[in-house]
Design a protein around this ligand. Sequence first.
Ligand SMILES: [Mg+2]
Length: 284
Amino acid sequence: MTSLIGLSSKELERKAAQIRRDLVAVSLRNGAGHIAPSLSCVDILVALYYRIMNRNGDPSWQDRDRFVFSKAHGCYGLYVVLADIGSVERSDWEGFYAGSPLKGCCEMDINRGVEVGCGALGHGLPMAVGMAFGAKLRRVPWRVYVLVGDGEMQEGSNWEAIQFAVKHRLSNLTLIIDANGLQAMDSLENIMTVEGRKGDLQKKLRAFGMEVRTCNGHSARSIVKAIERWTKKEDLSSPQALVARTVKGYGLLCMENIPKFHFRLPTDEEMEMGNRYDGTCVEL
Ligand SMILES: [Mg+2]
């Protein structure tokens, strides 16, 4: 077994660029449409799998940190990562949307490294809370990381789960929010957030009792620093929430922050606008 932990920030950036290139190439070839929500969280996935989480080459290793991918329509990047580390067969990833067993939303498959099935939004965090509570009761050392979308945080089930996590001091739980400012085909502000109050999510999380930080969700250094400041703390007593500011469609210039690309493939002409596969990081 090979430990996957320990890539430097520079190596993480190169890995994220490789994952993006692969994600886009296979998705375009096979006609898989949720490219934009997948691209916004690639840097977060790479930071977790290649640096932060305690995992090895065995996806069913008992002591592994658990990862719950709640915004499951954007799971393409997770599949590329799992193929890259060997949990998913390369041919299964390359056959995605073309007869492969991998689904458009994650389906639970421990042997392939998918901890739980998600897709109906607002369910991943409650499941992650249950897992973290179970770990605490059994006094086992692994941690639970859960990734949700910012639009998904409108689901009431998340806030019930947070109340439980805070009440039971689940310090082994880290919630990461892919805060790209869009949900489905519009902006959060148009749909649910009151105009001019974008920072309300952080305030709500703090009011519920979570430890809260924000970071640039496309900067490996920023993501790792925010999470490691928690995990290296010995007296951590609360669940944590990291609001990672991201850009939907990050990496393909034609797609970045454009709502219509939620589930739409770019044309050849649009692809000519170029990409950020070189690992260029925007200020967020
Ligand atoms: Mg969003």
